[in-house]
Design a protein around this ligand. Sequence first.
Ligand code: F6R
Length: 256
Amino acid sequence: MLDFGNINIYVFDSAEEIGVKAAMLLSETIKENHKSNVCFATGGSPVGMYKELIKLYNEKAVDFSGIRAFNLDEYYPIQKSNSQSYDYFMKDNLFNHINIDFNNQFIPNGETKDVDKECKDYDKLIEENGGIDFQILGIGTNGHIGFNEPSKSFKANTHLVELAESTINANSRFFDSMEEVPKYGITMGIKSIMMSKRIILIAYGENKAEAIYKAFFEDVTPEMPASILQFHRNVTVLLDKGAAKLVEEKFKARNK
Ligand code: F6R
């Protein structure tokens, strides 16, 4: 582990090992508090973690029946039945395979006609439930967390966002054509993320190395949204060697 004060960085040989560690951290939290509020992410980064959580559940090593599940974001507009919706993703990759109560799965509604109300209601729901205990994050190559894209200011609350071109390009790998990739999303804001008790951020691949380096070793700026995590008191970053490339160089230089 590379220890940078409030930020612990673990470097693994493979994405599978990251998944095992991340699943272990969440299952420990759930064992300590059966009623944990967990905020999940979608995309490639947490898939290994979710596979491992399903394995642990099948081995009866973790019980999800008491947790409340929130999600960081959802495309807008999108039907839940669309196989690219984050609602569908969560069911397909995790929720349908574990014993989480269907009534305790909360994802911003990409079908809503009233986005403003949806955003306000989502923040209220998180707040009324006491905030997030365990927050799972990936990171965009542009440094976004959730769909909090690089911008002139940090947005505190859940909001509608126009996706950055780099995000649309990155997400196009899941769609048949560029036209089908949604251009907007609803995302939890920086406030709920920063108020969560514990954060784990997962990244693998050399294409994430620069974002990781800038997020944790350069200035805190809304142009690199993940950099705000430097101000959080309990962040664990799980990387493979590719994503850790620049961080490891920094660590070696520091300890010379
Ligand atoms: C997804 C999300 C995004 C992703 C990020 C990385 O719910 O919030 O911030 O975590 O775009 O995506 P992957 O993991 O596909 O590289």
